[in-house]
Design a protein around this ligand. Structure first.
Ligand SMILES: *[C@@H]1O[C@H](CO)[C@@H](O)[C@H](O)[C@H]1NC(C)=O
Ligand SMILES: *[C@@H]1O[C@H](CO)[C@@H](O)[C@H](O)[C@H]1NC(C)=O
Ligand SMILES: *[C@@H]1O[C@H](CO)[C@@H](O)[C@H](O)[C@H]1NC(C)=O
Ligand SMILES: *[C@@H]1O[C@H](CO)[C@@H](O)[C@H](O)[C@H]1NC(C)=O
Ligand SMILES: *[C@@H]1O[C@H](CO)[C@@H](O)[C@H](O)[C@H]1NC(C)=O
Length: 481
């Protein structure tokens, strides 16, 4: 009965919602779900439709997510996580199983418009110490053969999402660009493969990271107004980092002997919290500039014309690793609950308007967990770090949205994050008696204290646990019969 209601709610959501203006053609979004309470797929599909977005890139092939696109004309790129590359590289049968279960099924049953499979995600990052260098290309080949065998080779292209660090230029001039020496051999195989199969080279380009990693990076060069620094290279004039970076790839492809491979930007975007340069204002500036540029179809000096692009990303993801930095959980154009954060005009006309938010999102109760008024503040240390380890404190950093809280505010923020991530469980708001549940919103200015949403992804996990316990009981019961 309860599950049936759930389905009604979802079906209802699917019926709602008018369409917004069309996004710039060739513009899609990345949708990752490394979150404690991921958004329900049917709600997200409607959000994309409402905002006129026609392309989506996923990081896996989760069945509920992919099937939510059935019957829509939205183009889907599914992903294969790096930890599955080994299996797929070893054995053609594994690749055939993967394609059958995660691709053919959806294409045939529901008519999901799957167009690409990204085999691996940034597998050649230096921080992986070469773990995926030997297996990525064999996995790509096996998946391609499996797709051909399933009769889908004309429609579905195989590629791999690469970070822009696979190529480099010692002088910072695009014309000195070339693929990294330590992976030159495998890059040559991959590029040849993409050329033959007419698959795109998928590259992730991050002006934000250049600014984050280098104190001396000229800020305006990360954006698109064309002020400040510029670079001249041969006959080309560069006024922004995106153009220079993409043309470094154009040169690298030319030098490796495959100048005609098409280029698609797999990820580009700007985070809104977790660093002094990560805020709504900069994200708005970046996206408006980028989308206007895309709408003009001018491209870059060496890559004139439109560039297919996936923006990064749709939602904030509060369970992502913060190894790259606190900003890593704040790449969403929309918040964790599908509410818009800043004006962005997907049509590229540069209008200062909010995008259409997610419809049909349900929240948990209107309550928060905070530090008690009379709590002994010198006893806080342990509780605070415990709450931050289990919750998400990436908005507390200096210059971040909650960076101006005092010590009590910090504790309340951390306690609430922990409480919400744990579905507002009463036990998650104790902290050795220092914490209490309140019904008055403790948010202050830019510092927002969230309420968790009701996420079926999360509820399904709870149900799986319940089923697990029931099976456990049954086993004990049978054993004793
Ligand atoms: C894809 O297919 C494999 C088996 O070939 C399966 O184990 C896996 O669960 C499927 N789903 C995803 C999301 O990878
Ligand atoms: C890569 O090597 C470094 C240094 O040896 C090590 O700290 C790190 O854990 C390694 N990473 C992976 C993914 O193996
Ligand atoms: C690239 O495409 C052009 C125009 O179609 C063609 O003339 C040229 O031979 C191609 N180059 C290579 C290396 O394939
Ligand atoms: C507050 O906590 C500190 C550290 O645990 C302790 O030393 C101190 O006695 C406490 N003060 C009161 C008034 O309870
Ligand atoms: C609040 O917490 C942040 C992050 O842990 C820390 O940098 C800041 O100094 C804290 N502020 C106070 C007043 O304790």
């Amino acid at each position: 009965m309860w599950a049936f209601c759930m389905i009604l709610v979802l079906a209802h959501c699917q019926l709602q919602g008018g369409e917004g203006a069309e996004a710039v053609s060739g513009i899609g979004v990345n949708w990752g779900a490394i979150a404690s309470h991921p958004m329900d797929p049917p709600i997200v599909v409607n959000l994309l439709k409402d905002n006129g977005i026609k392309k989506v890139k996923l990081f896996d092939a989760d069945s509920w997510t992919v099937s939510a696109f059935s019957g829509t004309d939205i183009e889907v790129m599914v992903g294969i996580p790096n930890d599955q590359l080994k299996e797929l590289s070893k054995d053609q049968d594994n690749a055939e199983d993967w394609v059958k279960q995660n691709v053919s099924k959806h294409v045939h049953d529901g008519g999901v418009n799957i167009r690409y499979v990204s085999v691996g995600n940034e597998p050649f990052l230096k921080s992986y110490n070469g773990s995926f260098v030997g297996i990525t290309f064999p996995a790509m080949e096996n998946v391609q053969k499996a797709i051909d065998k399933a009769g889908l080779g004309d429609k579905i292209k195989v590629t791999t999402a690469l970070n822009a660090d696979v190529y480099e230029s010692n002088s910072n001039k695009p014309s000195d660009g070339n693929f990294r020496k330590d992976i030159y051999g495998v890059m040559k195989q991959i590029v040849k493969f993409l050329d033959e199969k007419k698959s795109p080279f998928l590259v992730n380009i991050y002006p934000f990271l250049s600014l984050y990693q280098n104190e001396d990076f000229p800020e305006d060069y990360a954006f698109f107004e064309g002020h400040g620094k510029s670079t001249d290279d041969k006959n080309a004039h560069y006024t922004n980092m995106f153009d220079a970076n993409l043309d470094t790839l154009v040169w690298s492809l030319k030098k490796i002997g495959h100048p005609n491979v098409s280029i698609c930007v797999g990820e580009i975007g700007w985070p809104t919290d977790g660093d002094k340069n990560a805020n709504d204002k900069n994200a708005n500036r970046f996206y408006q500039g980028f989308l206007k540029k895309m709408a003009s179809k001018k491209g870059t000096p060496l890559h004139p014309g439109p560039v297919n692009t996936y923006l990064f990303s749709l939602f904030d993801e509060n369970m992502k690793s913060v190894a790259p930095g606190d900003f890593e959980r704040h790449w969403g154009i929309f918040r964790y609950d599908g509410k818009p954060k800043f004006p962005i005009d997907f049509s590229g006309k540069g209008e200062d308007k909010m995008p259409i938010g997610a419809k049909g999102v349900r929240y948990q109760e209107h309550k928060w967990c905070v530090l008690k008024n009379n709590a002994n503040k010198s006893a806080l240390g342990g509780s605070l770090s415990y709450a931050c380890a289990g919750g998400d404190c990436t908005s507390l950093c200096p210059g971040c949205s909650c960076g101006n809280l005092d010590a009590s505010g910090n504790a309340s923020y951390a306690f609430n994050q922990y409480f919400q991530i744990n579905d507002q469980s009463v036990e998650a708001c104790d902290f050795e008696g220092l914490a209490t549940i309140v019904s008055k919103d403790p948010s202050k200015g830019d510092c927002y204290f969230p309420i968790a949403i009701i996420s079926s992804g999360n509820i399904l996990r709870v149900m799986q646990n319940v089923v697990g316990i029931l099976i456990g009981f049954t086993l004990i019961f049978t054993t004793f019969m």
